[in-house]
Design a protein around this ligand. Structure first.
Ligand code: PGA
Length: 247
């Protein structure tokens, strides 16, 4: 793994004007070398935010993409079009998509495959619910999500381990759990997923990440970066996370 990632998932939190203002603020302090910063605004803000960060080392990502390339799919957005407007990354299988919009492991697999075919790097989200965790099923759930989503995949992708109970809750895994989850996911990628995963596959942590706690998750033997929701829509908080990851 070369370098770290900080991905900002702005969800549906901002207007277009607010997204542009946030992108300008983030742009004012370029990320240090070795840290890839990806901004993921909502669809209507992709083009204006892309214009703001053009020529910088900030990258653009979408929050979702269609499993199909083109056709009669009302309301969907093609990964080919996301590429056309400058996206390099796309978040796929976020737990909010799985839980609120009924995405399945199989639909996530098709999205990953189509995104890869169109030159996007999928950021594949996996993670257990509170109930699954309480039942000691973390490993089983995460392994299944990885195996299904990456079945037949070829190309570079990123995995984000996002325990569902940690998202937006202020709760996080411990440092020890982060080490353990990282090792477990790498092991699944090496042995179960096989040839598609390489040592270059970044494994990120997501769920209530702040500048204060990010040091528990990122570093040697730990995660290769973070996926940030709440703290990514506030420029100072996000910049502090980027700075903390760089040190
Ligand atoms: P959070 O969101 O940082 O607000 O917990 C993370 C995510 O949903 O990706």
């Amino acid at each position: 793994m070369a370098g770290y990632y900080v991905v900002g998932n702005w969800k549906m939190q901002l207007s277009v004007a607010e997204s542009v203002a946030l992108a300008r603020a983030v742009r004012s302090a370029p990320p240090p070398s070795g840290v890839t910063v990806v901004l993921c605004p909502s669809f209507p803000s992709l083009v204006p935010v892309g214009d703001v960060i053009k020529g910088t080392n900030l990258s653009l990502g979408a929050q979702d993409s269609c499993s199909e390339e083109r056709g009669a799919y009302t309301g969907e957005v093609s990964p080919a079009v996301l590429r056309e407007v400058g996206c390099r990354y796309v978040i796929v299988g976020h737990s909010e998509r799985r839980q609120l919009f009924y995405e399945t492991d199989e639909s996530v697999r098709r999205k990953v495959a189509t995104a890869l075919r169109h030159g996007l790097t999928p950021i594949l989200c996996v993670g257990e619910t509170a109930e699954e965790r309480a039942a000691g099923r973390r490993d089983e759930v995460v392994e299944r999500q990885l195996r299904v989503a990456l079945d037949g995949a070829s190309g570079n992708f990123i995995v984000a381990y996002e325990p569902v109970w940690a998202i937006g809750s202020g709760k996080t895994v411990t440092r020890r759990e982060a080490v353990d989850a990282h090792r477990f996911i790498r092991n699944v990628l090496d042995h179960a997923v096989g040839a598609v995963a390489t040592a270059q596959t970044a494994v990120l942590y997501g769920g209530s990440v702040t500048a204060e706690n990010v040091g528990h998750f990122v570093g040697a033997d730990l995660m290769d970066g973070v996926l940030v929701g709440t703290a990514s829509v506030e420029a100072d908080a996000f910049q502090s996370i980027v700075a903390a990851v760089a040190t």
